[in-house]
Ligand binder design. Structure first.
Ligand SMILES: Cc1cc2nc3c(=O)[nH]c(=O)nc-3n(C[C@H](O)[C@H](O)[C@H](O)COP(=O)(O)OP(=O)(O)OC[C@H]3O[C@@H](n4cnc5c(N)ncnc54)[C@H](O)[C@@H]3O)c2cc1C
Ligand code: FES
Ligand code: FES
Length: 1320
């Protein structure tokens, strides 16, 4: 291999320290450089595509145009280090540390409980920090904007925002600092008993205790960089990598010369388009030209007729420039600027807007572009330049479609974009609809402009441009042409819609799917535009009252309002501790997460933050591209020849058992799904391993049948386990006696865990006795240990699994980590070297499976008064290709289906379907959130049929007295009823219901809905062996205590809780105690930390160990009651008393006889109720929530997995799979926890709440259903009792049928192959 030519030195600063990189590789990102070269592991990898914000850092640069230092947040995973010449980078480690000084942002996010697993926290901290560097006292809007690009899967965002609000101009959070009381307690909603109770708290932190923000303490911009910026190097800098050369000229002339010499070389600015494309398509550009140092590309010119913005300006800068123009010029001149500003607010997150350039955006010509449609209708012009000179080309559809005649020549670059002012009688608007309000690519975006003949309603000029409905931005020229001269009135609207649907046509198989929804949006947007223009005309008419325009009915005006992005409000109420409780006793107090501060400083070590071990290798998995096929051959030869590749691990290398017969670790002969692991490449670096997998050639022969959907599985009788059934009463007889019967269907889509930390493991083989140390991100280290043992055929006692902390699990790290651990262990044994396996987000989503999609059919018999007499539910879950937890999920589903209702005659049946999809697995709630949606859907169906409200049906059929469940376990519903009443009361449900109805009467295009859902959730596993736990507590001679237990820290704060237990039991402050990790060497044979019982059972074990120790110490304490803890420990040691104890908890004896259909499977129940209110936009399907639980809300409203007809998962990253963002958090979100429950099976009245909240998110779903029902009623649409979850904007829009949905062409599904298929 030839050596690359000599590179220039790359100079930049990180956290105030100078970095000189002599061999900078253009392919290395800042994220990798920070983590690997500088060992700054606070900045996290979670998606690698700029979509999650986990890798956020701040970059500071001198801006040559304004001559000021610009601080901006970026996502380090998309930033090539070569782009950082002359920049200062600040990472989470650079702003504070627990060992020196914490930055106020770090302190406040931790103390406000804004961190759980902590994986997103450094990114959140850096987004907030950058905001504060630019605005010492930001507004709430700025705070929301700053955090819009950061995802968190654990906290629900509210506490993070609460911490940010403490910096805002006017902190209006409910944690009222002045009064010490929450706004809800001050009036309005205060009719509830709980809010008046003196023992109820709402404060989770004391703001006065926070250290103030002192800007003088911040890192300064390095003087050396300032000097460099003021005397800019005009010389071209070149950085040669192995495959790519980066050239950064210092002058425009040089840039143009280089472009002429390398016409095929792309210009690289933000790399937000090039970077993801290179990654997903594996494309390499041998030369990249960076115009970052060319100030001509950042110029802005304001003229009397328009604005010229340099192509190098970032979208964030463009936003500021436009905002300035809007504030300076009269409204009539800024129509296009306002439209652009509207979309710039929701385009991606702040980090992407800081990085992406205007030039890059225009030239990328993404079909989903938010800005191009507006620039097109706004008649923008591109100023292009080459060595030959300058010229202007119109930014129109021909250019965006890439037609050679309308495009830049290869040697040209875009210098700037000219956007003309608008004029009087000209109206420009922008529209977009995406899965989420913000940080989501639009399904359809549009720019619309009309010029009317002066003081008339006659169309003089009309331009309509759409994104998302074709391969590029599309203009509706023909339609526009035909409408010229027409008056702006209803007949024109009708005609326009007809023409548009003809011209902007979309085939049924169009990539991206959602075809009918998109067609509807094409006309719905035009309708919105029509109304907007009328509204504007109304204003103008006042001035020149010469013409009469059509009136808009007040009921239609709501179509014009977009949902505002508002910061959520709300409180959490919980029972305060008894005033007699000792101050040192932490139980019942809101204690900060033990690792909270370390999360916030980036010092908390996750699996992949462990420094590289000597001779470590990297493993990458090779997966099947076929859904069901015979493996004909695997050719590894080319891969093995690549530099750095050490080996490829196949099934033949496994010394022990290769998983189970029907669930192999590595495929042999046959593959059962796309994403099944076939082999694994082991190389010196991750880059080498990733390059090698592309060279492995696998040939397949397709096998039949190929089954993806539940329907097909039923047809083929393809099931993973026998049917589970529970029955009570006499269902057939009951159906004969009822007044009415309804039958319906419920389809619930799957859900991706989307833990922020993907699956990772490090296996370190030891030189002696076949011992292995495994560091793994798992909820079940004992399972990993056992699987590795059987795979390697060595005893369990040689393998030690260590879990320090897990960056989110939600069930997805119960079973799967064992597979990755075992494959990595085979690699480690074969090569004799440590192996690191870190899944990319795409691979993680492809391979691991998630929540089971469900299809349920119900038949419900009821009396006209709403009393349900008989309910028959049959449901099927899509289990994927192997059993995994599908049998247990089916059992849970069936056991929990009745939810809170007493129905005398019941029959529940459930089956797990075997399909050719990756195996679905445990997920929070274990089937309960999907199954109970059927039960609750029956309730709404009954309500609709009886003409009653759903809450009346719920109340009527709820358990009222001590009773037995369908499986004959006795329980008391007292707490359930209490929760229901509290929730009705606290949410002011009934008055809200009246307000909702009033609103709906007044608004045709927006509807509100409200729902209250009760919940009875059984905690724990229905298997006795799971109800046990052990702990090991050591007291050392200095008095310090080391606690170890069998639970894993997943973010739920189990370690914090265990120390609270130990602290109370030993009567010792928590500061004496420490938990190092969960290890199979200290506590063996642990159960998975799951099913909401981790704290209950491990807490009891810790309690037991502490009680044993205290008992041993008692005689010593009695003898010297005035002594200190240290004195007693010293004495105990002297007297040869053991200071180490194992605690054990033999928990609940669960039993369930499925033959008889009865048993006592669960130790206890938790109860709850949730009320949600939503508003939907009937024209776009958008919704805005005002109360729910976030992960559940995601399941039921936005998280949609899309599979190709070949079984390939499309949605493999945050771009395509939308978990809720900060802007999706309910506007008002109040949580109340009832005071203590008493059960001997839990520790200090703890409640297993890990999973139950998930289902309460369904109240959002039913509130949406309620709003849709209101719309349907008004439109005389008959309800069809087919329920589909998630209630995405698409579902909502299509359910609210109207003249526009009726207009769109419908396709015969038999005539084409759709882009995606529903699998539930
Ligand atoms: C997470 C994420 C979310 C996003 N969300 C949205 C969204 O909601 N809406 C939306 O519309 N877009 C969205 N985008 C796309 C984003 O707007 C574009 O990627 C971005 O504007 C491209 O700019 P860039 O500077 O990063 O281009 P680069 O990636 O640096 O370059 C892109 C292309 O432009 C060419 N180029 C750049 N400048 C010039 C020039 N001056 N002359 C000639 N050629 C040039 C390059 O040669 C290259 O081919 C998102 C992107 C990401 C990563
Ligand atoms: S890892 Fe960089 S944005 Fe997700
Ligand atoms: S705390 Fe945010 S992802 Fe876990």
């Amino acid at each position: 291999m030839s050596c690359p030519p000599k590179s220039d030195d790359l100079v930049f600063f990180v956290n105030g320290r100078k970095v000189i990189e002599r061999n900078a590789d253009p392919e290395v990102t800042l994220l990798n450089f920070l983590r690997k070269n500088l060992r700054l592991t606070g900045t996290k990898y979670a998606c690698g595509r700029g979509g999650c914000g986990a890798c956020t850092v701040m970059v500071s640069k001198h801006d040559p145009v304004s001559a000021k230092i610009r601080h901006f947040s970026i996502t380090a995973c998309l930033v090539p280090i070569c782009s950082l010449y002359g920049a200062a980078v600040t990472t989470v480690e650079g702003i504070g540390s627990i060992n020196t000084r914490l930055h106020p942002v770090q302190e406040r996010i931790a103390r406000s409980h804004g961190t759980q697993c902590g994986f997103c926290t450094p990114g959140m901290v850096m987004s907030m920090y950058t905001l504060l560097r630019n605005h010492l006292q930001p507004s709430e809007e700025q705070l929301m904007e700053a955090l819009g690009g950061n995802l968190c899967r654990c906290t629900g965002y509210r506490p993070i925002l609460a911490s940010g609000r403490t910096f805002c101009v006017e902190s209006t959070d409910c944690q009222k600092k002045r009064t010490g009381k929450c706004c809800l307690d001050l009036g309005g909603n205060d009719s509830s008993s709980l809010s008046r109770e003196s023992d109820i708290c709402t404060d989770l932190f004391v703001e006065e205790e926070f250290q103030p923000l002192d800007p003088t303490q911040e890192l300064i911009f390095p003087p050396e960089l300032l000097r460099m910026a003021k005397n800019p190097e005009k010389q071209t800098l070149t950085f040669h990598g192995e495959r790519v050369t980066w050239i950064s000229p210092g002058t425009l002339k040089d840039l143009l010369e280089l472009k002429a010499k390398h016409p095929e070389a792309p210009l690289i600015l933000g790399n937000t388009s090039l970077g993801p494309a290179m990654k997903s398509q594996g494309r390499v550009h041998p030369i990249l030209l960076s115009p970052a140092r060319i100030s001509e590309l950042s110029m802005v010119f304001k003229t009397s007729d328009g604005l010229t913005i340099g192509a190098g300006c970032s979208l964030a800068q463009v936003k500021d420039i436009l905002a300035e123009q809007v504030s300076e010029l009269p409204e009539e001149k800024t129509q296009t600027y306002r439209a652009l500003l509207k979309h710039l607010k929701s385009l991606a997150g702040q980090q992407i807007r800081n990085m992406a350039s205007l030039g890059g955006h225009v030239i990328s010509r993404h079909c989903y572009s938010d800005l191009n449609p507006i620039l097109v209708v706004g008649n923008a012009t591109l100023n292009v330049i080459s060595e030959e000179g300058t010229r202007q080309i119109p930014l129109n559809d021909h250019f965006l479609a890439g037609l050679a005649s309308a495009d830049l020549k290869p040697e040209e670059i875009l210098e700037s974009v000219y956007i003309p002012h608008s004029q009087k009688w000209e109206f420009v608007s922008a529209f977009r609809q995406a899965q989420c309000q913000q940080n989501a690519l639009a399904d359809v975006s549009a720019g619309m402009r009309v010029i009317l003949e002066e003081a008339t309603d006659t169309i003089k000029e009309l331009s309509l441009s759409y994104g998302g409905v074709g391969e590029s931005t599309i203009g509706a020229h023909k339609s526009c042409q035909q409408l010229i001269g027409r008056p702006w009135n209803e007949p024109m609207l009708e005609e326009a819609c007809r023409l548009l649907l003809e011209e902007v046509s979309l085939p049924g198989w169009a990539p991206g799917g959602r075809v009918e929804f998109k067609r509807t949006l094409v006309v719905s947007f035009f309708f919105k535009f029509y109304l907007e223009v009328l509204q504007e005309l109304k204003k103008l008419v006042k001035v020149s009252d010469s013409h009469h325009y059509p009136e808009i009915s007040d009921r239609f005006l709501s179509a014009l309002e977009d949902f505002p992005v508002t910061g959520p409000r709300g409180v959490q109420r919980y029972q305060s501790v008894d005033s007699h409780q000792s101050l040192q006793d932490p139980v019942g107090r809101p204690i900060m997460h033990l690792s909270g501060l370390k999360h916030a400083t980036g010092e908390a070590i996750f699996c992949d933050d462990i420094p590289m071990v000597d001779r470590e290798l990297f493993m990458v998995l090779v997966t099947s591209t076929k859904a069901h096929a015979k493996i004909i051959s695997i050719d590894l030869s080319e891969a093995l020849e690549l530099p750095g590749v050490v080996d490829v691990i196949t099934a033949e290398d496994i010394p022990g058992t290769n998983g189970a017969e029907d669930d192999k670790l590595l495929a042999v002969d046959e593959v059962l799904c796309v994403g099944q692991i076939i082999c694994a490449v082991v190389a010196e670096t991750d880059v080498q391993a990733k390059r090698a997998i592309e060279k492995i050639k696998i040939t397949y022969k397709d096998l039949e049948p190929i089954i993806f959907t539940i329907n097909d599985a039923i047809k083929h009788n393809s099931f993973l386990c026998p049917e589970k059934k529970l029955e009570q009463g006499n269902i057939e007889e009951a159906f004969e006696k009822v007044d009415q019967i309804v039958e319906g269907e419920v389809h619930v889509g799957g859900q991706e865990h989307f833990y922020m930390e993907t699956q990772r493991v490090i296996v370190i083989p030891k030189a002696e006795d076949k011992e292995l140390d495994i560091y793994v991100s798992t909820q079940d280290p004992a399972h990993v240990q056992k699987t590795v043992s059987s795979t390697l055929n060595i005893p369990i006692n040689r393998i030690t699994c260590h879990v320090k902390r897990v960056g989110g699990g939600f069930g997805g790290k119960v079973g799967r980590p064992a597979v990755f651990g075992a494959i990595a262990a085979v690699g480690a044994i074969k090569t004799g070297r440590p192996i690191r396996l870190v899944l990319d987000r795409e691979d993680d989503m492809l391979i691991t499976g998630g929540r089971h999609p469900l299809f349920g059919k119900y038949k419900v018999g009821f009396m006209n008064n709403g009393r349900i007499k008989a309910l028959d539910i049959e449901c099927f879950i899509n289990g994927g290709c192997t059993l995994d937890d599908s049998e247990q999920v089916t059992e849970f589903l069936i056991l929990k289906l009745e939810n809170a209702y007493k129905i005398r005659n019941l029959r529940f049946r459930g089956r797990a379907c075997m399909t050719n999809l990756p195996s679905n697995t445990a997920f929070r709630g274990f089937g309960f959130p999907q199954g109970t949606l059927i039960t609750e859907s029956c309730i709404t169906a009954v309500a609709a049929k009886c003409g009653l409200l759903p809450e009346e049906i719920r109340e009527k059929n709820m358990y009222k007295t001590i009773d037995k469940t369908i499986y004959k376990q006795a329980f008391s519903p007292e707490t359930l009823i209490r929760c229901w009443n509290e929730c009705l009361d606290k949410s002011s449900f009934h008055s809200r219901r009246i307000q909702v109805e009033e609103f709906n009467k007044k608004n045709y295009w927006k509807k509100k809905g409200i729902a209250i859902i009760p919940m009875k959730f059984s905690v724990g596993f229905a298997a006795t062996s799971y109800h046990q736990a052990a702990a090991l507590v050591h007291i050392y001679t200095d008095g310090s205590v080391l606690v170890t237990h069998g639970g894993n820290e997943l973010g739920q704060g189990i370690h914090t809780k265990m120390l609270q237990v130990a602290s109370r039991e030993l009567k010792l402050p928590m500061s004496y105690m420490h938990i190092c990790e969960t290890s199979t060497a200290t506590v063996p044979n642990t159960i998975a930390t799951a099913a909401s019982i981790g704290s209950d059972v491990n807490g009891k074990a810790v309690q037991n160990a502490c009680q044993i120790l205290l008992k041993r110490l008692e005689p010593i304490i009695k003898k010297n009651p005035g002594g200190t803890w240290e004195d007693w420990i010293e004495a105990a040691f002297e007297q040869r008393i053991s200071l180490s104890a194992t605690g054990y908890f033999r928990g609940y004896k669960a039993d369930m006889d499925w033959e008889k259909g009865e048993g006592d499977p669960f130790p206890y129940y938790v109860y709850g109720a949730a009320c949600s209110e939503v508003e939907i936009d009937c024209l776009t399907g958008a919704h805005k929530v005002e109360g729910s639980f976030i992960q559940g809300m995601g399941l039921y409203t936005t998280e949609e997995l899309k599979y190709s007809p070949e079984g390939v998962l499309y949605s493999r990253g945050p771009d395509e799979y939308k978990i809720p963002t900060i802007t999706d958090v309910p506007e008002e979100f109040n949580v109340s926890l009832l005071p203590s429950s008493q059960t001997p099976l839990t520790i200090y009245s703890s409640k297993g709440l890990g999973e139950s909240g998930m289902f309460l998110g369904s109240s959002v779903f039913f509130a949406i259903t309620d709003a849709v029902a209101a719309a349907c009623k008004e439109r005389d649409i008959v309800e069809d009792f087919i329920v589909k979850s998630p209630a995405t904007p698409e579902q909502v829009r299509m359910a609210c049928a109207d003249r526009f949905t009726e207009m769109i062409p419908r396709d015969d599904p038999q005539t084409f192959k759709p882009w995606s298929i529903p699998i539930a």
